[in-house]
Write a protein that binds this ligand. Structure first.
Ligand code: FES
Length: 150
């Protein structure tokens, strides 16, 4: 991990005004922002670690623990809520076998909710990795999970 981190951080030495892009790049490379990465980021750009954490924890897009290879987000915004998001979330929890907000022990899956993905006309909406599924039905879950194994 150290080598990958050094490579990402190299162009940012002393550039403390580039904190957000650095956090995004490091997360894209490592999958999350580890304690070690946060420490290295702070050292590289010359900001106190507390300030780097302060900024990173403000944004919901940053994660501080390792996540699953496959990330499922069930939209629970108003439109999706009205169209049965809670039932869909229950079904994902059952089929994947983990509670919402957690990652499976084998790091294959993470399951979480999201407030609105901006596709309310397609409610209920589920996002699996980069794929957006509109008018979602729980009956699709096993096929989606099957495809992810391939
Ligand atoms: S509420 Fe689900 S996409 Fe907007």
């Amino acid at each position: 991990m150290e080598e990958r981190l050094s490579k990402v951080l190299a162009p940012y030495k002393g550039k403390h005004n580039a904190l957000i892009p650095i956090l995004q790049e490091v997360q894209a490379e490592l999958g999350y922002l580890s304690d070690e990465a946060m420490m290295e980021i702070a050292k590289t750009i010359g900001l106190p670690e507390s300030q780097v954490y302060g900024v990173a924890t403000f944004y919901a897009q940053f994660y501080f623990s390792r996540r699953g290879k496959n990330q499922t987000k069930v939209c629970t915004g108003t439109a999706c809520h009205v169209k049965g998001a809670a039932r869909i979330l229950d079904a994902f929890e059952r089929e994947i076998g983990i509670p919402c907000g957690t990652t499976s022990e084998d790091y294959e899956h993470s399951l979480e909710t999201v407030a609105c993905v901006g596709s309310c006309a397609l409610a209920p909406v589920v996002v699996v990795n980069e794929e957006v599924y509109g008018q979602f039905k729980s009956s699709k879950i096993s096929k989606i999970l099957e495809n992810l194994k391939e």
